[in-house]
Design a protein around this ligand. Structure first.
Ligand code: T3D
Length: 265
């Protein structure tokens, strides 16, 4: 089973484990890894022997979000709509595919989960975290708005007040706090996380898959009926944010490993 070298696939029983594999940059998403994840989700959708999916990361992170070096190159293009189009062809299809895959999708959050890495985790059905994992939206620190569905999925999970605080401040929270506010379902010792997540995924894979899939469809219909339009609107807002000086300063500061100075422009 293959996706590409940046996304590893393993099937055991009815569970397919997808591992994001760019540990040297905390599994930040570049376009190749994004394509690999989309391909892996297609495999999971089409293969009836796969009845649950487990998504995790190699190394000390689940994912640090968009690769900011690749994003800086995108920023240098002056083409209107470039960020909107990037989202429309990368994260929005990933989130849509996870939500419409009528099989349980679990995220095993093995470490730092940031930016659109957190959005992808929020799109999954269940989240299990290592006890040493940490979480930050991170978008505001680079002058962006939460995307990849986070602007709807996070308030649904933790409430509007907490979601607003996390989005505005980009504060980094630990696993017990994430569980307390409902951002993750379970916390496991770091060295037992994958086993625990696989055990739960295998249990779900042995349940009536069609019923679970229809349950997911019902929740989508009740709570996310406008997901496609919402994702498109987020992409529109991100396009606006990406043209600000504060965005350029935030990305430059990250790459130069210094504090950013924002001006509000
Ligand atoms: O169109 C669109 O796609 C728009 C969509 C945007 C979606 C987004 O996801 S925006 C948010 C992007 N993510 C971030 O802003 C997070 C950036 N990373 C961090 O703030 C920190 O790395 C963390 C808080 C996640 C972890 O900090 P720490 O101190 O544990 O690790 P570190 O030393 O910062 O990172 C380790 C290495 O990973 C480092 O490389 P080096 O110095 O060892 O060569 C660092 O540069 C690299 N890395 C971490 N995150 C990213 C990254 N490289 C590229 N892109 C990253 N996002």
């Amino acid at each position: 089973m293959t996706a590409n070298s940046l996304v590893q696939l393993e099937q055991r029983g009815g569970v397919m484990t997808i591992t994001l594999n760019r540990p040297e940059v905390l599994n930040a998403f570049n376009d190749a890894m994004t394509r690999g994840l989309l391909d892996a989700l297609k495999v999971a959708e089409r293969d009836s022997a796969i009845r649950a999916v487990l998504l995790t990361g190699a190394g000390r992170a689940f994912s640090a979000g968009q690769d900011l070096n690749e994003f800086a190159a995108l920023d240098q293009q002056s083409r209107p709509g470039r960020v909107h189009d990037h989202l429309a062809t990368t994260y929005n299809p990933i989130v849509t595919r996870i939500r419409t895959l009528e099989k349980p999708v679990l995220a095993a959050l093995n470490g730092i989960t940031a930016g659109v890495g957190l959005s992808v985790a929020l799109a999954c059905d269940l989240r299990l975290a290592a006890d040493d994992a940490t979480f930050t939206l991170g978008f505001s620190r680079i002058g962006l708005v939460p995307d990849g569905g986070a602007s709807v999925l996070l308030p649904l999970l933790v409430g509007l007040g907490r979601a607003t605080e996390l989005a505005f401040t980009s504060d980094r929270i630990d696993a017990p706090e994430a569980q307390r506010i409902g951002l993750v379902n379970r916390v496991a010792p770091a060295n037992a996380l994958l086993d625990e997540a696989h055990t739960l995924a295998a249990r779900l894979a042995a349940l009536p898959t069609r019923a679970l899939g229809l349950t997911k469809r019902a929740f989508n219909h009740a709570l996310l009926p406008q997901l496609a339009a919402w994702l498109d609107y987020e992409a529109h807002l991100q396009e606006i944010a990406s043209h600000t000086e504060d965005h350029r300063e935030g990305v430059a500061a990250f790459r130069e490993k210094r504090q950013a100075t924002y001006t509000g422009r």
